[in-house]
Design a protein around this ligand. Structure first.
Ligand SMILES: [Zn+2]
Length: 223
């Protein structure tokens, strides 16, 4: 059984993605940190806090674009039809350019120039907090350097990042919200329905209850 529960990552370990081993995003107030080809961003990693989530990368119904969706814990229609599970790491970082906390996410690529291989080698020996300058040279090639945080910036960054980290701890913020969930629109895909039915599953069992309608019915009874 595959679990989607977020796991806190220990950078001292060798494997941050667990034993097993893109894009549409859910509607979320959280911003994913994106570095375009040729662009450079500076981020502050406050204490190395990171979570692992399990995702699928599937084609959108209406187009050929891939979208990343969260694997549904234990009852996932995409797992049932054999869609590969991709572990992703999510790190909250302070983005110097935007002045906000954003989510840095990556898949596991161990190639020398990959974002993951470079970030992991820096964080493994890190004294936190630290700043990273991330330059994206090509689609899959990054150049990541550790740089100094100016002393006069530390206090304001600390206030912002710590309030974000607290909101994760108290459950008001969930980093995996940057990804879409397996919702009813996804289950409208006829090929997914046919595959589920072929395997003996009724797709209706995976539909999510429409809360807006449920609430209005509840309101009626309350009157
Ligand atoms: Zn799944």
């Amino acid at each position: 059984m595959i679990e989607t529960k977020n796991n806190i990552v220990n950078w001292k370990d060798d494997d941050h993605f667990g034993s097993d081993l893109s894009l549409y995003y859910g509607e979320s107030p959280l911003v994913e940190l994106k570095v375009s080809t040729g662009e450079s961003k500076i981020v502050v990693v406050w204490d190395g806090y990171a979570e692992q989530v399990r995702t699928h990368s599937i084609k959108q119904v209406q187009s050929n674009y891939k979208q990343t969706v969260l694997c549904r814990d234990g009852n996932c229609p995409l797992c049932i039809v054999g869609e590969k599970v991709y572990a992703r790491l999510l790190i909250p970082v302070y983005s110097v350019g935007s002045g906000d906390v954003e989510i840095l996410q990556f898949l596991k690529f161990d190639e020398y120039k990959s974002l993951y291989s470079q970030v992991k080698s820096i964080l493994k020996q890190a004294d936190f907090p630290l700043a990273l300058e991330i330059c994206r040279e090509d689609i899959f090639a990054y150049d990541v350097r550790k740089i100094e945080i100016p002393g006069d910036k530390l206090a304001s960054i600390k206030t912002q990042v710590e309030s974000f980290l607290n909101s994760i701890k108290d459950g008001t913020t969930t980093m995996s919200d940057i990804f879409k969930e397996v919702d009813n629109s996804l289950l409208n895909d006829p090929s997914l329905r046919r595959k589920l039915e072929f395997k003996g599953y009724d797709y209706k069992k995976f539909l999510v209850e429409d809360h807006s309608e449920a609430n209005s019915v509840a309101d009626m009874f309350a009157m």
